[in-house]
Ligand binder design. Structure first.
Ligand SMILES: [Zn+2]
Length: 439
């Protein structure tokens, strides 16, 4: 597995596959992209939290990815991402993963020793004053106070990232994995100037970071669209891309360094801004999705009807009953209007069409219900508890589920972000529409 020079391609997509049954359908979306002339590298990501809730081991995600790659004959690189790991959780991923999302959001604000802060500030007078970023009219300006306060806020977190990076390095060897640093799971957005200072610190720490996930402004709720100021996001995203480019040259970071957007899935309204910025700067991006595929499993089950629809309904009923417990770990990244949640009795009476149109995220569709979607997004624990009843029906209804998974990924995510348009994966028979299910 070691080739010593692992490098993430310009365009890549992070794929979540909670129950490790959809890797092939997900990879199919990258195959369709390839037919459309664009290389989008698949990265299967699963966090320790997810493994814990589901009761799975990282090697299961690796095996599913390997099998899909083999079956479809995928010739380009692919990766398995130990998502949001820390020093405490990283070791269980060594045998399975070649991509590590080093999460240090919890260490933001944990102060580094004063002498370390002083040394950083003293050695980075190059960050002070006006910085002209290529391709931007806007000038970044960092004052001595701003530099010191950013150092106080972030140096401890970056040191922590260095510690985790070196642990992985010891285990796997240099160049055998992609390091990402993530700070997205925090409340305050990072300004482009802060991002630059963070990158300087990451370079000082000797982390050859290939992707970085800052906290962007606005809300990135799970499974639903972006909530925030679109023009502010567009401006900030362009500045961040320009900052990365500057940092690569200035600090000698890997030339393929790019932003990782931990989207929480379905941030459709910012996709045009992301695409335009990528075009403008000829820049890459890593678009991390998670959870959207699990919802497509539910949509496929509901669409299949019969026993599978009954299961999809049972999952909602259970999730509704345990909504407080299920939502608690995700409180900062969901906004559910409980008045908008249908009652279990209502859902029990639904047809396939009613269930799928409430859950499927089609913008502007009258039946689409964002509250129901968010509840089910965090409700995968309910399916995990069902064990084989859930997994058996996934397997029995594979074709209808796979079609939904592939179309969702390609049409709503890959095509808008990387090609700048809506996708139509079903055209030209590129996605099988044969359905081995009974309605
Ligand atoms: Zn994240």
């Amino acid at each position: 597995m070691a080739d010593g020079n692992r490098k993430l391609g310009k365009y890549s997509v992070g794929l979540g596959d909670r129950f490790a049954h959809q890797a092939k359908a997900q990879l199919q979306a990258c195959m369709v992209a390839l037919e459309d002339g664009i290389e989008v590298i698949p990265v299967w990501n699963k966090s320790n939290r997810e493994h814990t809730i589901i009761g799975s081991e990282p090697i299961s995600a690796r095996r599913a990815a390997d099998a899909a790659v083999k079956e479809l004959g995928w010739k380009l690189p692919y990766f398995c991402d130990a998502d949001h790991i820390t020093l405490q959780t990283v070791s269980r991923f060594y045998a399975a993963c070649n991509f590590y999302t080093i999460d240090v959001a919890d260490s933001i604000g944990r102060p580094a020793p004063p002498e370390q802060i002083n040394a950083f500030v003293a050695s980075h007078s190059d960050l002070l004053g006006k910085i002209h970023l290529e391709g931007m009219r806007e000038i970044l300006e960092i004052s001595p106070d701003a530099l010191r306060s950013a150092a106080q806020k972030y140096l401890g977190a970056v040191s922590q990232a260095g510690e985790v990076y070196r642990a992985i390095l010891d285990a796997l060897g240099a160049g055998n994995f992609i390091p990402e640093v993530s700070m997205d799971e925090t409340d305050n957005a990072h300004s482009p100037a802060e991002l630059l200072i963070i990158l300087a610190a990451i370079a000082d720490e000797g982390i050859p970071v290939q992707t970085i996930a800052p906290k962007f402004s606005g809300r990135f709720n799970k499974g639903v669209d972006y909530v925030g100021d679109l023009s502010q996001f567009a401006r900030e995203f362009a500045l961040d891309v320009a900052v990365l480019r500057y940092a690569v040259k200035r600090f000698g970071l890997p030339e393929n360094l790019k932003l990782s957007v931990h989207s929480g899935s379905d941030k459709f309204s910012i996709y045009p801004a992301i695409h335009e910025t990528m075009q403008r700067f000829d820049a890459g991006v890593h678009l991390k999705t998670a959870g959207t595929t699990w919802l497509e499993e539910l949509i496929g089950l509901a669409e299949a009807g019969g026993e599978a629809l009954a299961l999809a309904k049972d999952i909602y009923v259970e999730a509704y009953a345990h909504r407080e417990e299920l939502c608690a770990p995700y409180a900062t990244v969901i906004d559910i209007d409980t008045a908008r949640l249908p009652t279990p009795e209502e859902v029990e009476s639904w047809s396939s069409e009613q269930y799928t149109s409430a859950l499927r995220h089609v913008r502007g569709a009258a039946a689409y219900n964002a509250s129901l979607r968010q509840l089910l997004h965090v409700g995968f624990k309910v399916a995990a508890k069902m064990g084989n009843r859930y997994l058996d029906l996934l397997e029995l209804n594979e074709s209808v589920i796979a079609r939904n998974v592939t179309e969702n990924l390609y049409d709503r995510h890959i095509a808008p972000v990387f090609l700048g348009r809506e996708g139509h994966a079903h055209l030209a028979g590129r996605v099988s529409t044969s359905s081995g299910h009974s309605k």
